[in-house]
Write a protein that binds this ligand. Structure first.
Ligand code: NCD
Length: 306
């Protein structure tokens, strides 16, 4: 049974062919309208979500399939003490594929070990978020024309930001990508991401504290929200929450071809005055999320023989 728990569960070639498929679905949506007729996707969200859950559901609906599930742990049997292993064993009797988000790192992996249907990790704690990465890669490739030879600035909460960890894992397999990791000292990348992913891959990376100082050298800027729900105390969050705010003044020093991404939700990190700048890609990015999830659902169902 093929699952998607970590972005590295897919080879680089598989990722590229998923992106090709997603582009094709975007260009010819009518050709895919019946592809998942009579199939069901279950969305098991033990943690809040807007884009990820709704884009998964819209993706399945646009493929002609149906969706069922829950959007908070309180409305599932987890609130009665059921384990994720038991939940997915049961849901596998009702659905053909499962997208799961959980506040505990590793929960979707544990679920996959007991599931008879494909499990997609839709975000596990501060760890991984592979389908956001597929979304980010599709966006970068559409904006730049390729996934090679560019400098990306990852800015904000690099410690708890799971989207950043998965994106680094994918981009270290692309040729000529340089990383600039911009964060306050307290929110730097975890050691395992630096050692296992960046250092081991031999990709060039630097760490910085000042966004304005490094902005002129970037081709892609990936802004992130400070992850309030993962802090141990509110005081630290309040001190760090507005550490980076991208304003039109700061952007004045950036390249004309810069692509600004953000997985969203945004709090204060990007001034809304930037939304109308052609370099702001984050709403186009949210749209890519639906098409790339359509491609992924098709691939995993096909491999499961469904
Ligand atoms: C991200 C997440 O859930 O990790 N959101 C998303 O899926 N688009 C980023 C975030 O919550 O800050």
């Amino acid at each position: 049974m093929r699952h998607l728990i970590d972005i590295r569960d897919l080879t680089h070639e598989e990722i590229l062919s998923l992106l090709d498929l997603a582009d094709d679905i975007m260009a010819h949506p009518d050709s895919y309208r019946e592809r998942c007729r009579y199939k069901k996707l279950a969305t098991l969200f033990f943690e809040p979500s807007t884009r990820t859950r709704l884009s998964f559901e819209a993706a399945m609906m646009e493929l002609g399939g149906n969706v069922l599930g829950f959007s908070e742990a309180a409305s599932s049997s987890a609130s009665k003490g059921e384990s994720v292993a038991d939940t997915v064993r049961v849901v596998g009797c009702y659905a053909d594929i499962i997208a799961m988000r959980h506040p505990k790192e590793g929960a979707p992996l544990a679920a996959a070990m007991h599931s008879t249907v494909p499990i997609i990790n839709a975000g596990d704690g501060g760890h991984n978020h592979p389908t956001q990465t597929l979304t980010d890669l599709m966006t970068i490739r559409r904006e730049r024309g390729s996934l090679e030879n560019f400098t990306i600035g990852l800015c904000g909460d690099l410690k708890f930001g799971r989207t950043v960890h998965s994106l680094i894992a994918a981009l270290t397999r692309c040729k000529g990508v340089k990383f600039v990791c911009i964060s306050p000292d307290e929110l730097r990348l975890p050691g395992y991401v630096k050692q296992d992913l960046l250092s081991r891959s031999g990709c060039g990376y630097t760490e910085a504290r000042d966004l304005a100082e490094v902005l002129p050298e970037l081709d892609v800027l990936y802004m992130t929200r400070v992850q309030r729900e993962r802090f141990f105390n509110e005081e630290d969050y309040l001190r760090l929450k507005d550490c980076y705010i991208l304003t039109p003044e700061k952007l004045a020093g950036a390249k004309d071809s810069l692509a600004i991404l953000h997985p969203l939700p945004r709090v204060n990190e990007i001034d809304t005055a930037i939304d109308s700048d052609k370099r702001a890609c984050y709403f186009r990015q949210a749209l890519c999320g639906k098409f790339v999830r359509m491609a992924l659902i098709l691939k995993l169902l096909e491999e499961a023989g469904k």
